[in-house]
Write a protein that binds this ligand. Structure first.
Ligand code: DLL
Length: 434
């Protein structure tokens, strides 16, 4: 086995020891070199000699997106800018983007991490991978590209957009792996069908999908359409980008590279660490970022650590699929709702497609009404007004019992909701009732 893959199989004690060693080193590094962290810890009365073991991690304050925004663009750097060789930024829809800078060493470690995630998913040097993530400030394109190359995979750096040409080249180049968001994989399949090409006639065998959640039903749909194994992987710009966790072939949760990232699950309201196996907000401490270190970063992503070991034999713990973000939670009439709960219900209905969105009708400071717009599957469409009304009603009743709230349901004609070549947007807000 290659040396850099051995960490996937360490026993739990070895992982804890390595985490402790790397954490103590990284904490001291941040304290000595980052003005931000030294200031934060000095303010909290924390000195380097207070931090003696892995257990002391929990005494450190959290880092939030707000901290990164307030230190825009380069104040989080722990090295002189001449050592930074790459900048990425998260696209955030509001406010300033979050900026991350990487040294050469960071890029090397990042590529190795992504290579491990791709290897865990089943990619190998026999494969040809088309990267359909955007190459740019978004970490998806360059992140997957460098990791796949590190693994020895042949990379086709297509970037996002131009779906027709992507499909043509995928056939010509005999591409075996598609690297994209799950929603783009579905859109590609739909576009192939419009051109009267059966998606399963391509050479694809594996999907490395990430950047957004997908439900089990959406995974099934992608696997059926393309006749591939669809794996999901996870990451975020603030911590490094992709290359944090990913599915193995068992597809039962994403293995975390625990020697490189320490996970904690906290109650998002109190900040308390939750017992193992409970669901809460994921907090991550990467152990190798010398350029822009972050410690105890609150990701906003809701998940849990799966306590059981995986059938694949790797000792790396798995995180469950993300069920929402703390900032995606909609509070309406006192009820908390995540888009994933709506998706769970929609997957029970064969008549509808995986394309949906939530429209929030807002009045001043509160949301008055939730409208769920759902696109009909081509087979689900009927000319009969009565039939459509009955279907709307059935979905509304199921949503009502699942969400404890009665939303408006609006069935849309097939192929009318917006498609995306990147991450799909599920929530829209409008002022007023209609
Ligand atoms: O999306 C990094 C990435 C690129 C990961 C490509 C995997 C593949 P950001 O643009 O900073 O970075 O967005 C990070 O996207 O906090 C999650 O809310 C969401 N996200 C990313 N991967 C997943 C996933 C990249 N597998 C934010 N499942 C994160 C659910 C995901 N949500």
């Amino acid at each position: 086995m290659q040396k850099w893959l051995q960490n996937d199989y360490m026993n739990r004690d070895e992982i804890k020891n390595l985490q402790e060693e790397n954490f103590l080193h990284f904490f001291n590094y941040a304290y000595q070199n980052s003005r931000f962290y030294r200031g934060m810890y000095d303010n909290a009365g924390i000195k380097p000699d207070h931090i003696k073991s892995l257990a002391d991690l929990q005494h450190l304050p959290f880092t939030t997106k707000e901290h990164l925004r307030n230190n825009y663009p380069y104040e989080m750097a722990a090295v002189p800018m001449e050592k930074i060789v790459r900048i990425h930024a998260s696209s955030g829809t509001t406010g300033k983007p979050v900026v991350m800078g990487y040294t050469k060493e960071d890029l090397k470690n990042w590529a190795r991490g992504v290579a491990r995630i791709c290897n865990i998913a089943g990619a190998s040097s026999q494969d040809i991978a088309q990267v359909s993530f955007g190459y740019g400030l978004f970490t998806g394109g360059f992140g997957l590209h460098n990791g796949l190359e590190e693994l020895g995979v042949t990379v086709v750096p297509f970037s996002s957009g131009n779906t027709d040409r992507q499909l043509d080249l995928m056939k010509d180049f005999q591409t075996t792996i598609l690297v994209s968001t799950p929603s783009f994989a579905l859109y590609m399949a739909e576009t192939a069908r419009e051109k009267n090409i059966d998606p399963s006639s391509y050479y694809l065998r594996l999907g490395l999908f990430g950047g957004e959640p997908f439900s089990e039903a959406m995974r099934q749909e992608i696997e059926n359409q393309w006749q591939i194994k669809a794996t999901l992987n996870y990451g975020l710009t603030e911590v490094v980008g992709p290359g944090i966790s990913g599915d193995c072939s068992a597809q039962k949760g994403m293995h975390l590279l625990e020697d490189l990232f320490i996970p904690e699950i906290i109650d998002p309201n109190t900040g308390e660490i939750l017992p193992e196996g409970e669901k809460g907000e994921l907090v991550l401490t990467p152990l190798y970022k010398e350029g822009f270190p972050v410690i105890r970063y609150r990701t906003g992503d809701i998940t849990r650590i799966i306590p059981e070991t995986c059938s694949c034999g790797r000792s790396l713990q798995r995180m469950d699929y993300i069920t929402g973000r703390t900032d995606d939670m909609i509070i309406i009439k006192g009820v908390n709702i995540f888009p994933s709960q709506v998706e769970e219900v929609l997957t029970e209905f064969e008549e509808v497609s995986p394309h949906y969105c939530l429209v929030l009708h807002r009045s001043k400071d509160f949301i008055k009404q939730l409208e769920v717009q759902i696109e009909l599957a081509p087979e689900g469409f009927s000319d009969s007004f009565r039939e459509m009304e009955l279907l709307e009603d059935k979905i509304r009743q199921r949503l009502k019992s699942h969400l404890s709230l009665t939303p408006r349901v609006k069935l849309m004609n097939p192929k009318t909701l917006e498609r995306t070549t990147g991450k799909s947007r599920r929530i829209f807000e409008i002022e007023g009732d209609e």
